[in-house]
Write a protein that binds this ligand. Structure first.
Ligand code: DGT
Ligand code: CA
Ligand code: CA
Length: 573
């Protein structure tokens, strides 16, 4: 059974974690992490590339050794190095990395000093005060660890939406091959496009459930069949994700899809509405006594309740039922509404493709424009641009534009916001750009008021057109920095500065809830990928997901505008 890219990436990350805990050379650790990101960003399955005879060591940052390891994983084989590390380090040590305050170095120290090798031994040591005997572990860290354990840091982690989707897509395709199967769809949080996914839910239609159930549990990636009944089953996949399947007859498909899409709160509100009309709603349909009024499709079901069909992204009991009853649901922004991408990197800084290659890839996606926004000089690690190199890039963009038809590259920057809110580049170079994206990349832990004022000060510069990844959070890795979001959004509106919906699946920043706040306050949004490679330009849809969850329409997103109108909208002065 070949692994999908997300699973290969997870194995490489695990290898990096274990090497890191073991105290291996940091460069070696970083190489595995980088390889994981590269595999994750591949446009096609690594297994397919190998089958087509492509050389994986032609990929950026992948040497022959890494390429060999990826090939083994892609074919479903085992890595001797990983097996060996897993034997040397108790599996519990890796789980400890999920505890706030603990990184590989500290896990290593705890393992060496106190033999801590599991969540249980960690909790015991934290409670007894033994942690403080380990060099570098003070009472503050002890408190952080205890709080993290109390808040359930070691529960099964939720999967990122994109990774869950990569696992779900081939499984659904497999299931659709079952004899006698009709429609089959993903439901649950994935269909609602939540940022993270607890488990996958699939609803399938069949007159006879048996063959569909058989095919489901026979999927080659199944690690364990947790439960199997006549019409429902739960499996755990080898990557750890669990999947619930429910098989229903055609007459109930819409009702079951609606029920298992949730959210729970939305379903409860729907059921209450049905009850108020003397009807009964469940996963088999909408009933008046024993007579089924609706259930075949969701549209039919919502219609029978006097509602227009509610997009899954809105089903969070956030006023969508009232809006649907009044015929006042917003026309949510779609991927097709977007005409370009306003945050893109090239190999002039830390991107992996040239200016021309990124432009060509964006044009192939149907975009009318992209903004090249490479990093500024203070980001030494990213080889950020100083005014001189940026001036050369502006010239290169002008030269490229002269060769392009029906497509425009806008010259921009992702200028770093310094600790005091000044920008990392002077106005005379910024004023030569088509747009200026500003972002925080350091000093994440300032107190809320200082952090907010830092961003406000950056936006005071009329040349700043878009504030990128406003909260700075990284899903599963770093909470957003402390910011007064409402104050920030009001300030952005006053200054006619847009906020970004960063579509990188590990950022999704702004998220749905923040988009909703932006809508209320009336601040304009830009949905951008922050792509560092051509394949990553495809991330735009994850940003659209979050905007839709925030009730955003096309008119509230600047990159739905044609270029001339976009230029006018971005003019600040
Ligand atoms: P997750 O898996 O934590 O990311 O979130 P969901 O929303 O996918 O939750 P899940 O998998 O527990 O259940 C999927 C949907 O099925 C949920 O959104 C609503 C429905 N559902 C499941 N169990 C119940 C229940 O006991 N009552 C109600 N009203 N709905 C349920
Ligand atoms: Ca679920
Ligand atoms: Ca479930």
């Amino acid at each position: 059974m070949p692994l999908v890219n997300a699973e290969i990436a997870a194995e490489l990350d695990k290898l990096a974690d274990l090497l890191d805990i073991e105290g291996a050379n940091p460069f070696r650790v970083r190489a595995y992490r980088r390889a994981a990101r590269v595999v994750q960003g591949l446009p096609r399955a690594a297994a397919d590339m190998l089958a087509a005879g492509e050389d994986l060591d032609a990929l950026p940052g992948i040497g022959p050794d890494l390429a060999g390891k990826i090939a083994i994983l892609a074919r479903g084989g085992e890595l001797p190095l990983l097996t060996e590390l897993e034997r040397a380090l108790p599996p519990g040590t890796v789980a400890l990395l999920a505890v706030p305050g603990l990184g590989p170095k500290r896990v290593h120290a705890l393992h060496t000093a106190l033999g801590i090798d599991s969540p249980e031994t960690l909790a015991a040591a934290a409670r007894s005060g033994a942690l403080r005997t380990v060099p570098g572990f003070g009472p503050g860290l002890e408190r952080t660890i205890l709080r993290g354990l109390a808040e359930g840091a070691l529960q099964r982690p939720r999967a990122r939406l994109d990774l869950a989707e990569q696992v779900a897509t081939p499984l659904l395709a497999w299931l659709r091959g079952a004899p006698g199967i009709g429609q089959a769809e993903l439901a649950g949080s994935l269909r609602r496009r939540q940022e993270t996914i607890g488990d996958l839910d699939i609803v399938a239609e069949a007159a006879v459930a048996g063959p569909v159930m058989d095919r489901f549990v026979a999927y080659a990636d199944v690690a364990r069949v947790i439960e199997r009944g006549p019409t429902r089953a739960t499996i755990r996949l080898r990557g750890g994700l669990q999947v619930d399947l429910r098989v229903v007859p055609a007459a109930s498909f819409g009702a079951a899809l609606c029920y298992f899409t949730g959210s729970r709160a939305h379903s409860i509100a729907l059921r209450r509405r049905a009850l108020a009309r003397g009807l009964k709603l469940n996963e088999y349909g909408l009933f008046s006594g024993h007579r089924r009024l609706a259930g075949r499709t969701e549209a039919e079901l919502y219609g029978a309740l006097g509602l227009t069909c509610i997009p899954p992204e809105l089903r969070e009991a956030g006023g969508e039922i009232e809006a649907a009853a009044a015929g006042a649901l917003p026309r949510l922004v779609t991927l097709a509404d977007l005409r370009g991408d306003l945050h893109v990197h090239t190999d002039a800084t830390d991107g992996r493709a040239s200016l021309a290659a990124m432009a060509a890839a964006a044009q192939a996606l149907g975009h009318a424009y992209i903004a090249v926004t490479d990093h500024s000089r203070s980001l030494g690690m990213a080889h950020g641009l100083d005014p001189e190199r940026l001036a050369r890039q502006i010239a290169a963009i002008a030269a490229l534009n002269a060769t392009l038809r029906d497509f425009t590259v806008l010259a921009g920057t992702e200028v770093d916001i310094l600790e005091d809110g000044r920008l990392d580049l002077p106005d005379d170079i910024l004023s030569r750009l088509d747009l200026v994206v500003a972002a925080i990349h350091s000093h994440f832990d300032l107190p809320p008021q200082r952090q907010t004022e830092r961003v406000l000060r950056a936006m005071d510069n009329r040349l700043v057109t878009i504030l990128a990844h406003p909260t700075g959070r990284m899903i599963g890795r770093r909470p957003g920095h402390a910011l007064d979001m409402e104050r920030l959004m009001r300030a952005a509106r006053e200054r006619n500065c847009c906020l970004e919906v960063n579509a990188q699946p590990e950022r999704l920043d702004l998220n749905g809830a923040h988009c909703r706040l932006a809508k209320e306050i009336g601040v304009k949004l830009a949905i951008s990928t922050d792509a560092h490679s051509p394949a990553e330009l495809g991330w735009l849809r994850y940003g659209v997901d979050q905007a839709r969850r925030g009730w955003i329409t096309a008119t509230e997103v600047v990159n739905t505008l044609p270029l001339p109108a976009l230029r006018a909208a971005l003019r600040r002065g």
